[in-house]
Design a protein around this ligand. Structure first.
Ligand SMILES: *Cc1c(COP(=O)(O)O)cnc(C)c1O
Length: 244
């Protein structure tokens, strides 16, 4: 076997990643933002660790995963790489221990009980776990996320947990054929973050994150203030249709 030929390499991966980065930068500059204020989370769910290693070699550091079990296997397969893992999917109580030990961020906290478990289970050797509250900002069909009216109270409760660092809000607005249709949801998420900050429920310096914007709407999310973009298919290619 010729070891120089790696058949697992995802064709076009580097080019797509560069395209997204260029587009991120150009869009940020066009709307007067500093591109360095906008993080790019490569959402690697359903894609193999070989793809993650290839992107890591190019300098991509932050990766997003939605399924604890799948993520665990990949994290174990990439031990030598100093990557930053972000959990972005629905989180059940029986998976909080692994997530608290292996991830740097959880974007998808929607209940206090999950936050309390993450805080209690965060290993003492690690810095506090960065978390965002997922908000059901447009009443989307998926019903994931905290109701907007309950978000300030949930944030205040999470801010009091010792091993979590509450960083901001996250949303997955309902996808639409016209990406413009999600702009009001992004705007509402930003307004909610600013309102919670203004009320002083959490300290302003730490509560700075808006995790919003995916493959089909990230330029609009940049214009509306996103600080983390979560981008999967524009970087890795289309996921198998059976994947959620
Ligand atoms: C899969 C997923 C993404 C990435 O979606 P793309 O449309 O492929 O960019 C972002 N956020 C969450 C929560 C996801 O589950």
């Amino acid at each position: 076997m010729d070891t120089r030929v790696d058949t697992s390499v995802n064709a076009g991966l580097e080019e797509r990643w560069e395209t997204v980065r260029r587009h991120l930068r150009d869009t940020a500059l066009a709307c007067g933002r500093d591109p360095r204020d906008i993080g790019l989370l490569a959402v690697s769910k359903t894609f193999p660790s070989a793809d993650i290693a290839a992107l890591a070699a190019l300098g991509q550091r932050d990766f997003g995963e939605s399924y604890a079990q799948e993520a665990q296997a990949k994290i174990a397969a990439l031990p030598a790489l100093a990557l930053c893992w972000h959990f972005i999917g629905p989180l059940q109580s029986n998976k909080t221990r692994e997530v608290a030990a292996q991830f740097s961020w959880v974007h998808s906290v929607e209940r206090l009980k999950i936050a309390e478990r993450l805080s209690a289970q965060r290993p003492p050797t690690l810095p506090p776990l960065n978390v965002c509250v997922q908000v059901n900002i447009s009443g989307e069909a998926s019903k994931s996320g905290c109701a907007p009216d309950d978000t300030a109270a949930l944030c205040a409760a999470i801010a009091a947990l010792p091993r979590l660092r509450l960083r901001g809000l996250m949303a997955v607005p309902q996808a639409a054929d016209d990406a413009e249709a999600v702009r009001p949801a992004f705007r509402a998420l930003r307004a909610l973050r600013d309102d919670i900050r203004a009320r002083g429920a959490v300290t302003a310096a730490d509560f700075d994150t808006l995790s919003m914007g995916m493959t089909h709407d990230y330029p609009i999310a940049i214009e509306e203030g996103a600080t983390w973009l979560r981008i999967g298919s524009a970087i890795f290619g289309e996921r198998a249709s059976s994947a959620p």
